[in-house]
Structures are given as C-alpha cells and as structure tokens.
Design a protein. Structure first.
Lengths: 770, 158, 288
C-alpha cells in the first residue's frame, strides 16, 4: 500500500513535547481547590468475618475530615449497571466490604483527610477485627460441591459455565485421528501494571446538582454512564474528564469499588475528594489478569493436518472482577482455531470465583485462544516428529482459502497468516537457526526457537463498542477541531487522528486539534480498549472529514465558479486543478460561511461542521507471526531472549512508528509475563509479590531488539485499517514458551505454559532427569 | 522535631520552606513546589519515574526526605527543559525515536539519560541498556528509549 | 505509601549521633543513604520515632590509605567508592559496586549502610568477609573494631549494639600479582543475587600464594570458604580442578529457597559460579 501524504507516514507525535518537558498533567497533578485526600483501610485477610469495626479514633485524628464505612456508603448505591459482555458473571454489588471480606485488599473503610500522609496515619487508628475463615484459593477446590462460597449471595463459585458444545462429529474425528495430542496449557496470574497507578477526583456540587470527576480512565463515557447508575442521577449531570493517563492496558477500562467509594464520599462530604492509588494497592487490589488454563486436544491425520480441536477452559476470576468483563469463555470459543483450517471444534468453559483480587481485562484478555493452540502446535510437532514451522505451514489459512468461514461461522476475508509465517521465518533465518541450535547443543548449550501465529479479532464492535462518532468543525479562522469519544492512554490517538483528518481534508496536522477525554465536549464513545481506535475513531474521523470536505468543495466551487469535481485541496487551500491562482483558502472559506454567508450557494447550509458515527463490522481481523529465539542456562534456570521478530499485518498503517511502538510494548509485556512477572499468593491468600521488589518487570537490559516486518492487506472499512494494539501481547507469550520448550525438549522436559522463571525451569529440568 | 526548616535550590531558584521531616523529596517537589513533572510510579525506589538530579547526580526522589536535600541543588525535568517550545537534544531524540507513549515514565528517562550521557558521552549499546535498566517503562518495550539515547549520544559526540 | 511521622536529627558530630541513639534506644534508627531504609518506612514495614541522619558528619566520608590497608568512611557513597583512586588499591570493591542496583541507587547508597543493613544477598558484606575487613564501630563506651567474620550475625542483623554506629571499614591491600572477580546470578540486572561469589587470588609465579573466597545469597550471612582457600594455597595453577572445588563447596552449602530459586538451585549456581570466579581471578593475576 502506498503511503498517503499523511496516512502511512511515520510523523513524530504532537503529544510528545509537553510530555518530554514534564508538562503532562496526570491525575495526581490535577489541582481541585479544597480537595481532600483519601486512603483506604483494606483487609489483610483473604476471607473472614468483620467482627469489630470502630472508626472513632480515626475520625478524631489530625486533619481527618471523614471516615466512611459500608454503613455510610453502601446504602447510597443506587444501581450498578454493567457494560460488560452478555451473560457475564457478576459479583455482588458491594461498594465497601460489609460484614465480611473476600480478598486481601478488600476495601473496608475510606479515610478522607487533609493529605495522604495524615489519611494513612488515621487508617492505622481504625480498630478492626476480622475473624479469618479458610479462603477459597484453588479453582479446582472452588468447584468442589462442598467448597466454601466466595460470594454466598451468588450461591456458586462458578457463576459462568459454558457446557461443552461443538461439532456433533467431534468425538468421531478424535477417534479416527492418526494422532491425538493433548495438554493442559497454563497461564499464571500476572498483572497489567500501568506505570501510573489508578486515580480519581470527585467533586459534587449539591447546589448545581452536578458531579465532576477526573478519572485516570480508558473511557470517560463509560465512567459517566456507570456513575449515573451508581448515584441514580441523570448522566447529563455528570461530567467526566480524563487528564493525561499513564497507561491502562485494560486495568482502567472500568472504575473499581474503591473508586466508587471516593465518589460516594465526595457526595456525602460535600467537598471534593481525591484518591491516588499507590503501587502496593495497584499490585494487590486493583485488578489482576490471566490465571487460566485450558485442557486442549487436537486431532491430526496422517499428513499432519489438524482435523479437530477441543478445549476445556477454566478461568480464575478472583472475587470482584470488573463489571462482568471477565468470563472470557464466550470470547475464546469462536477463535479456537486461530490461523488454521481446522474444521471441527468443541469447547466448554468455567469462570471461577476465588478469594483473590478480581480480574480486569489485560491487553488481549482472551489470548488463550492463541496461546493454547500455538503451544499445542509445537507439542504436536514434537510428538509426530515434524518441525513446528512445517506443521504450521501444513495447516495455516492461505490466500487461496479466503474467504474462510470458521466453524464458529465467522468469516476471515482478508488475513495473511501464511505470508507472515513466511516473512517471520525469513527474518529470523529459521533454517540457519536450526543449524546453529544443533552446533550449540554439541557444546552443551540449550538454544530454542518458538513460533506464535495469531489472527487477532481486533476492533471488537458489538454492543456499546459497536460505533464511534466524530465531529469535525472548522472555526472562524479556518482551523479544524475534531471531537471524538476516545480517552487515549498513550496509544497516540491524537497524532494518528490528525493524520487521518489532514489526509482527508487536505490541510496540515498543525491546523488540527483533537478533543477527547471529556464527556461534556465529545460524542458518546466506548473509549480505548480492544484494539479499536484506528478502526472506530479512524473511520469516524475519516467519514466526518470527508463530509466536511464535500461542504468545503461545495462552497468553494461556487466561490471559484468551477465544478466541484475540478477542485483539489492541498495545504489548507482549495484550488482549481491545473491552476495556481484560482483558489480559496480555508480561512477565506470560513469567512464565507460565517460572515459572507450570502455568498454561500442557495440550498447549501452555511455549515462548516460535520458529524459521522461509524458502525464497524463486529470484528476486524488482523494477524501477525512472532518468532523468538532464546538460550536457557540449565545451571541457573535463566532464560535470555536472543532475537525476536514480528511480521504483522494490520492493514493500512496510519503511522508505522506508532504501530511498531504498540507491538514493542505488547511483546515486552508477553516476555515479562512469561519470564519475570508472577503474582503469587501464599496458602492463606496473602499476596507475596506486592511491590516491585518481588513483582519483576523486564527492563531495558532484559529485552532484545525487536524486529518488525509489515504486510498491509485490505481491510473491510473505508479507511482500510485494522486494529493491532493487543496483538503484540496476544502472540508473544506462546512464542516465548515455545522457544523455551524447544530449548529444553532434548532434555526430556515438557513445558506446558508459564511462569518460566529460573525456579520453574530448574525444577522442570530436575524432574525430567529423575 | 517533626517539622524542619529547609533551604534548597531547585532548578536554580532558592527555596526556603518548613517541611515535615517525613515528607519525601518527591512529594515536596510535586506538591509544595508544584513541579509535577517528577512522577511517582512506585514510591519504593524501583521504577525511576521520580528521578531528579541532586548536585548533578541522578537520584530517586522517592528515596529521600526533603530535609536531606537541605543545602543542596536539585534539578527536575522542568529544570532540564527549555521554556520556549524547543526541545533539548535528548528530548528531541526521544521524540524522533518514538521513545514515549503515555509519557509517565518519560521525565525519569530524560533525567537519567541526561546524567548518564554527561558521564558517558560515547556509550556502547550494552552500556545504554544497562544505564536505562533502572527506569521502568510499560508502553514502549524500551526499543524507542534505547534508540533515543543512542541517537542523543551520537549527536552530542560530534 | 507514606512513612509514619518521626523526629529528624542531623548532627554534625559523631558523639552527638551516638548520644541520640543511646537516649532513644529502639525508637531510633540511623539513616545513611536511605536506599534500603526509606522503602521500608514508606511501606510502613518499619517505623521509628527518631531518625539520625549521618550525612552532616564529614568525618564519616572519604577513603584514605593507611599502612597496607584502606580506610573507607562508612558514609562514602557506593558511586564515590567506585570512582575513588585510593580505593582502587582494593579492586574487589569497584568490581562489586558495579553489580549493586542501578547508578541512581549508588549515588545515594553508602558502603556503611549496605554493611549495616546486612542483606545476605548483598555484595559488600561478602567482600568484607572475603578480605577479612575490620569494621570500626563507635558507641557510648568508645570505639572498637569488629572483624568482618564476626560482624554479620544473620539476615538484617549485625553484632553491633543498638547504640553503636559503623564509622569506617578497613580493607587490607594485597601486594604482588593479584586478580579479583565478582560474579552473581540475579533475575535482572541490578537485582539482589540469587547466588554470588567474590574472590581474590594472589600468585607467586605459577603457585597460588593467597586466596580469598566468599559466597552470598546462600545463607543468612556471607559464607567464607576457608576450606577452599586452604586447598588452593600453595598449589600450582595448572594442577587445580576448579570444577571439583566448586562442586565440593556447593555440596557443603544449605541455601534457602524462595520464589526465585530453590535451595538446590542456589547450590547448583554456586557450583557454577565458584569455578567461574576462580578462573577469572587467576587469569587476571597471571596478567598482573
């Protein structure tokens, strides 16, 4: 695809200069006069009865303005509506813990004080006694008929069960198979960890009856809608503003119970309340991710074609998962076949409550659809004695197979997994590596290579995520303002949307301003999540820009006494094609519309504003292939990533550097997840990895140079773009796991998932040599 | 003696305040002086988002009490930046290499890079990775950050 | 994550600092670089009513050469120690320093603070133990010297009295053809070691005339490998079976296990690291 004047160009970001000079304004930088700071008393017990809660001493501590408990706040909760997935499991709607606590970190009381130091001092003065009860921590034990219940009100620890269903001939396919390969693929619990923790400021004016909220969120409208229900007031009375946000990755798609408490406290107190989460809270009590397993089987025929796949998926959703967003089973089922031509599918799943921190989506929350089969492909290849690259080539969907209808009846029309597989293999010099690997083995070194293919269901667009709108407006001076319902948290929405507008309108990005992150000034939107910004906001902006362009041409045609189809626009000026003198600038056009409107042709509204709400197809499929090489030090258990290549296809790229940046971030989150990050609970349900001392993120010293190749296939939308923000994180875990598994296979070690820290690797090697 | 007199020079400006002894240098800069470019990512000395220069040396301001900076010179990201819309060579390098996305870790990286390049104007790739290993980033996968420091180094060595 | 309140003292005389510790006992704590203490205070895992900041006591800083040793003031920062020309006479110090955390930490962290904190996975305690350093400590009843081998009691515990302050550390300078090495296995660059080794080798021709070896991360205090040192001394370099030596030493260890590595694993790491540091040090000594 040839790059346009702006679309396809790696222009530098307009977000950067102020962020580089420390002028970003994040939630903790927002000054609201009269605001108090909040701190929480949280449970230090995973499950137990609150037998005593006395806040008297705390209330009279220095600088304290209020201390609220469930008795104060919970009755204020009007209705909690979920913007979640259909039939998603739903935890009980407590704001603060009432009679019992259900995970370590469960918020019990909120102290509102002059500053955070004093608030924390006062928290220590709250007299609380919790009678510990045995926590439910293990998903198998939790599903036992006589297990204790995490949520007695719900009556079960498995609020969402999808009973096994699928192709009626599935069993036969397995019975007829030449090979059956089965494994339980495990992904351990790890966490989103945006560099900026959560934060919220709530200001309630009982006189204007208006609520203003600043929220470090991925969706201002989502927060607005939610708070309208929480408080039982009109959403028009609520304004939600998003300051600069230091990353979200899914953890900030909805606000948590502690954030609800801040809003309720502000209403009760009649003064603004601010809460800035600290890192220990963020790691232990915000929301967790992954912690799932899938018992996966594939049937292969004698030629290595996969004929059937069956998966049983179990997901640990913790105690209070966010707003019914989890219960990924329904999401996994349609994509279980990933990039392959597998005709028969069977699937079942269960979402299980435990007395641990609840989950929120994390970059590709349904990624097990790819992780599972990608690991099985390697396992199958080893079992039947073929190279994993060859097995994938045998089964991958190719151009000649398109359009390809999945067993789930979804249709892939334009994807390129086979091409990315070939490109990635070439980039890494696959055959060269295999030779290097053999030579290294002779020296006693364990090198490995891992492939991971993924077709990403990007820009998920059903329900309230199905559309996005843009209003493009030209002002009195001919400059352009674009209002969109996005809430960017670092994914370069402003710059990329400017590129789209500039391309469609024919002016410079410098003449364009993007307004987002404010419910008062932008159209309703679902925010940034689900790899949707390019497709949804891009096309909305493109549509509105195109409409505005038509209006400009109409007015210009009249002013220039030419036909609209003879006109072109460049650098903010409309001119007659082939001439340099016969033209009219945007500024002049604006004057015509706003001042000299008698000059606007009759029948034409003198409007320089256009709105367009774009409805996307339910899924827009992008795809990528990741290949990773590693060395495993069998003495220490340490893994070094040697090289990492990605061949990706996200359709037309608005900004290649932005695309690569998204991939880089996702890949390192995958590397981090597998090799370093591990959220651990002890047998009593205490989180052991509660600070960055123990919860390890990869640093610049641990990551390789990541190489990216681009393929651009057509996309089924006017702009021709596909989403890809999550793809890096979806494909990477299996690439790393497969590389380690490949390195250790000659030692008889079988790797079924993660974590793969030094301890796990050492113990696997030791077990295999016994 | 919970409260102490504090005299410190911040970004070239002499500041005189009374502060609680337990107030961290980071909180003092951010909340007392409203220099909010220094960010808090962990408050236990690991992430590097709070990096400032203390008498020219890069330090974690969350691991200091403001009173410990009495008599010293502190430079924050604001002090390392221009005010006329121009970017410094290091900042320009970060922009050119797409070395930031959400920007939260960025001031810490810029300050750390500034200190590092002042002592090591010609670093190897490995030295750059090692030098940046004390600053955590979640968005960029470090690719742009490493490239930025490399670019800034090659620019300044000419 | 804010610390609990405390009274802050910043005396400019050592005697005053000692007097404050004596007056407040358990309720007072010395503040050196703060890189280990302040996170504990911020997390409210520890709290003290009084902090005694030593930064104004100039006598506690600096490196001087005294008669075959160097004397390093306890408040000398790790960064300053690595840069010090006088300290270069004890090369193991600079080598160990490069493994400590990150440069931002080393600009504030001190030698004395690290030793007094006595983390079993830290580098400096192992260096002190390996080199038979002598720790100069001052208290209400005066000044005394504690041999490094007697200083580290257990995890985060030393044999100093609560009202004593570490003033300086004396490291002997080795003459002749010497080589030094530090190696460790950590999760990431700058992390605490899962297992580490420091060593020094002095050669007389082709013979080992002196050896020092200590391990860290494998117990509640640094482990000095006297047996190995004796086995090495007097032996011709080419006759050494370093992997045998490593295996035997490793087998004698009983290291703890945690999230990052099991006890067996740490033993295996020691088995690999010991020959590695010995070989490196021997090689360096050969070329000295």
């Amino acid at each position: 695809m040839t790059a346009g004047r702006f679309i396809g160009q790696a222009i530098t970001r307009t977000e950067d200069p102020r962020l580089l000079t420390g002028r970003g304004r994040y939630i903790a930088d927002v000054l609201v006069p009269g605001a108090s700071d909040a701190a929480f008393l949280r449970s230090d017990v995973a499950r137990g009865r609150i037998v005593c809660l006395d806040t008297e001493a705390a209330r009279s501590a220095p600088g304290v303005r209020a201390v609220y408990t469930a008795a104060d706040l919970n009755p204020l909760v009007h209705d909690i509506t979920t913007a979640g997935m259909p039939d998603a499991p739903f935890p009980p709607k407590y704001c603060l813990a009432e009679n019992d606590v259900r995970f370590v970190g469960d918020p019990i009381a909120i102290v509102v004080a002059e500053n955070r130091y004093l608030a924390e001092d006062a928290v220590e003065l709250i007299d609380v006694e919790i009678e510990p009860q045995d926590p439910v921590l293990d998903v198998d034990a939790a599903r036992d008929a006589d297990s204790e219940l995490v949520h007695p009100e719900v009556g079960t620890n498995t609020p969402q069960i999808i009973p096994p269903f699928g192709d009626p001939e599935l069993d036969q396919a397995f019975a007829d198979a030449a090979h059956v390969v089965r494994d339980t693929v495990v992904m351990h619990r790890y966490v989103q960890v945006p560099m900026e923790c959560r934060g919220i400021i709530a200001e309630w004016d009982p006189y204007s009856y208006e609520l203003t909220v600043w929220s470090s969120t991925q969706s201002v409208h989502g927060v607005q809608t939610f708070l309208a229900g929480l408080l039982g007031i009109g959403s028009n009375k609520i304004r939600v503003l998003q300051p600069d946000v230091g990353g979200g990755f899914g953890q900030k798609t909805t606000i948590g119970r502690d954030e609800w408490a801040v809003v309720l406290a502000a209403v009760l107190l009649g003064r603004p309340v601010r809460w800035i989460e600290d890192r220990r809270e963020n790691l232990t009590a915000a929301a967790h991710a992954r912690d799932e397993s899938m018992d996966l089987s594939v049937a292969l025929d004698g030629d290595g074609a996969v004929t059937a796949i069956r998966g049983e998926y179990i997901e640990n959703i913790g105690a209070y998962q966010t707003m019914g967003s989890n219960g990924m089973g329904a999401f996994l089922a349609p994509f279980l076949t990933n990039a392959y031509k597998i005709p028969k599918v069977g699937f079942g799943s269960q979402a299980v409550y435990t007395n641990t921190c609840g989950k929120a989506p994390y970059r590709g929350p349904f990624l097990m659809y790819a992780v599972g089969i990608e690991q099985l492909m390697d396992t199958a290849a080893r079992q039947i004695g073929v190279d994993p690259l060859d097995l994938r080539r045998r089964n991958v969907i190719r151009a000649e197979d398109l359009p390809y209808t999945l067993p789930s009846f979804l249709c892939y029309e334009s994807i390129t997994p086979a091409e990315t597989l070939d490109e990635a293999a070439s980039m890494i010099d696959y055959d060269g590596f295999r030779a290097e690997q053999i030579a290294a083995r002779d020296q006693g070194r364990c090198l490995g290579i891992g492939i991971s293919l993924c077709v990403e269901p990007s820009a998920i667009a059903f329900g309230q995520m199905g559309t996005e709108a843009a209003t493009v407006r030209m002002d009195f001076n001919g400059k352009v303002t674009v209002a969109i319902g996005s809430s960017s948290t670092g994914m370069s929405v402003a710059t990329t949307m400017k590129q789209v507008v500039a391309e469609h309108l024919g002016c410079s990005p410098d003449d364009i301003s993007i307004i987002q992150g404010d419910t008062a000034t932008t159209p309703y939107g679902a925010g940034t999540a689900g790899s949707r910004s390019a497709v949804l906001y891009g096309n909305a902006v493109a549509g509105a820009s195109t409409e505005l362009r038509s209006k400009l041409l109409e007015i210009a045609a009249d002013a220039l006494e030419a036909a609209a189809h003879d006109l072109e626009i460049d650098a903010g000026r409309v001119f007659v094609r082939g001439t340099t003198t016969k033209g009219i600038s945007f500024a002049e056009l604006a004057q015509v519309a706003y001042v000299g409107h008698d000059m606007v042709p009759p029948g034409t509204a003198p409007s320089l504003e256009a709105s367009h709400r774009y409805k996307a197809p339910t899924f827009t499929f992008s795809n990528a292939c990741h290949i990773c090489t590693c060395e495993v030090d069998v003495d220490t258990g340490r893994v070094t990533i040697l090289r990492y290549v990605v061949s990706e296809d996200c359709g037309r790229m608005i900004n290649p550097k932005v695309v690569e940046g998204q991939i880089f971030g996702g890949v390192v989150q995958g590397i981090g997840g597998v090799l370093y990050e591990h959220m651990v609970y002890d047998d009593d349900g205490n989180p052991l990895t509660s600070t960055f001392v123990d919860y390890l993120l990869p640093t610049a010293a641990e990551v390789p140079t990541i190489e990216v190749g681009h393929i651009e296939s057509p996309a089924p939308n006017p702009l021709g773009v596909k989403g890809m923000g999550e793809g890096g994180a979806i494909a990477s875990p299996a690439a790393v796991v497969n590389a380690v598994a490949d390195a250790l296979a000659p030692l008889g070690v079988k790797v079924s998932g993660s974590p793969l820290g030094p301890r796990q690797i050492f113990e696997m090697i030791a077990a295999a040599s016994d | 003696m919970h409260e102490m007199a504090l005299r410190v020079t911040v970004n070239g400006e002499r500041v005189s305040r009374t502060v609680e002894a337990r107030r961290t240098l980071a909180d003092f800069l951010r909340d007392d002086l409203r220099l909010t470019g220094t960010h808090l990512g962990c408050e236990h000395g690991v992430c590097g988002a709070c990096t400032v220069l203390l008498d020219g040396d890069a330090v974690r301001s969350c691991l200091m009490f403001a009173v410990q900076a009495d008599g010293a010179e502190v430079t924050t990201i604001e002090g390392l930046s221009e005010r006329n819309g121009e970017l410094t060579p290091i900042q320009a390098a970060f922009q050119a290499e797409h070395g930031l996305q959400c920007g939260y870790c960025t001031p810490g990286f810029v300050v750390s890079a500034h200190a590092f390049l002042a002592e090591h104007p010609n670093p190897s790739d490995e030295e750059i990775r090692d030098a940046l290993s004390g600053n955590l980033c979640r968005c960029t996968g470090y690719q742009g950050n490493i490239a930025a420091v490399k670019r800034a180094a090659s620019g300044s060595s000419s | 994550m804010k610390p609990a309140p405390f009274d802050y003292h910043c005396p400019d005389e050592l005697a005053e600092a000692i007097a404050i510790l004596q007056r407040y006992g358990d309720e007072a704590k010395v503040l050196a670089g703060g890189q280990s203490l302040i996170p504990l205070l911020s997390l409210r895992l520890s709290r003290f009513d009084h902090l005694v900041d030593l930064q104004a006591i100039d006598d506690l800083r600096g490196v001087t050469a005294i008669d075959g040793s160097i004397r390093v003031g306890a408040m000398t920062t790790q960064a300053a120690l690595a840069r010090s020309e006088d300290a270069a006479a004890v090369p193991l110090l600079a080598k160990a320093t490069s493994h400590i955390g990150h440069y931002q930490i080393r600009n504030r962290g001190t030698l004395g603070g690290s030793l007094a904190h006595a983390d079993p996975a830290a580098e400096y305690p192992a260096v002190a133990v390996a080199l038979d350093a002598s720790l100069e400590v001052a208290g209400p009843s005066g000044s005394r010297r504690i041999p490094a081998l007697d200083f580290f009691e257990s995890t985060w515990a030393t044999t100093m009295e609560p009202d004593e302050i570490l003033v300086a550390v004396h490291f002997p300078i080795w003459a002749g053809s010497c080589g030094w090495a530090v190696a460790e296995v950590a999760r990431r660059a700058g992390d605490f070691a899962m297992c580490g080794a420091v060593c020094g080798i002095q050669l007389d021709g082709q013979r080992v005339s002196r050896a020092a070896l200590a391990l860290f991360g494998v117990g509640s205090a640094p482990v000095r490998a006297h047996t190995v040192e004796s086995a090495l001394t007097g032996i011709t370099v080419d006759d050494l079976d370093l992997s045998d030596i490593g295996a035997e030493l490793a087998a004698s260890l009983d290291p703890p296990g945690d999230l990052h590595a099991s006890g067996d694993q740490r033993r295996k790491m020691a088995k690999v690291l010991v020959p590695q540091v010995l070989a490196t040090a021997i090689d360096e000594a050969k070329h000295a």
